[in-house]
Design a binder for this molecule. Structure first.
Ligand SMILES: O=C(O)CCC(=O)C(=O)O
Length: 242
């Protein structure tokens, strides 16, 4: 459970690093299992529905308990899961700095994430970066990522569906925030087994792995409160985390 001080920090900064959520054994079990699986599966966002190893992490009480507290006791629902591995010295594999509500529009906006470090992570090996306090300034304007040296650059169309069943298509791309002052970006040092909780409006992302020998591994789960409508059809069938 988070202390009142941790919840205050989360609300003030838009993120919170919590150590020792997963034991070294729990991390190793997942990482070793995943090493035996086809990495193509990681392109799907619903492995938590298909694979018990993914379910175990996404529904871990050390993750879901704090999520529930931050969501004011509302029931957390899992939207998507991602396992993000960056090998040493892989160029250009970062995620452009963005806010998650640009990728996962949802009504009302209750989206938040827990990003678990599945290896020791920091600025050198492409760990998570955040802009503290950015969640207080609403959704920023964006453009397609331009820094293709440091970040993945892509474009994709998604089917959207509202609560009434009306459907349309929207174009998504590797969002980058307009006019972001890069001096406000903080590289987090997150040890293996620790997690970062952050809100859907907190600007975050990562750079490539510049370490000569350290893999960067992360497992990210995105949650909404029960009753929230996720507009993207591919991740609309949210499942209870508890
Ligand atoms: O780990 C990364 O590189 C970025 C993760 C991310 O953007 C997320 O979990 O929402």
């Amino acid at each position: 459970m988070l202390s009142p001080e941790q919840i205050r920090q989360y609300k003030d900064n838009g993120f919170l690093v919590v150590p020792n959520i997963l034991s070294a054994q729990e991390v190793d079990d997942f990482v070793n299992y995943e090493a035996t699986q086809d990495p193509e599966r990681r392109n799907h966002l619903d492995n938590h529905k298909l694979d018990e190893h993914w379910t175990k992490i996404a529904k871990h009480p050390g993750i879901v308990g704090p999520i529930r507290q931050i969501l004011n006791s509302q029931k957390p629902m899992i939207v998507q899961t991602m396992y993000l591995e960056k090998r040493p010295a892989e160029p250009g594999k970062g995620t452009a700095l963005h806010q998650d509500s640009h990728y996962l529009p949802n009504e009302p906006d209750t989206l938040m994430a827990c990003w678990m470090a599945m290896s020791n992570t920091d600025g050198e090996n492409g760990g998570l970066c955040v802009v503290p306090g950015s969640h207080k300034r609403g959704l920023y304007k964006t453009h397609k990522a331009t820094n293709s040296k440091d970040h993945q650059v892509w474009e994709m169309e998604h089917l959207m569906r509202d609560r009434t069943g009306k459907e349309w298509k929207d174009k998504f791309y590797s969002f980058e925030i307009d006019g972001l002052d890069l001096s406000t970006v903080v590289n987090l040092e997150v040890p293996k087994g620790a997690g970062v909780f952050f809100s859907s409006h907190t600007i975050h992302g990562s750079y490539g792995n510049k370490s000569p020998d350290r893999v960067r591994r992360a497992f990210a789960t995105h949650f909404v409160a029960e009753g929230t409508w996720v507009l993207r059809a591919d991740v609309q069938n949210v499942v209870p985390a508890i």
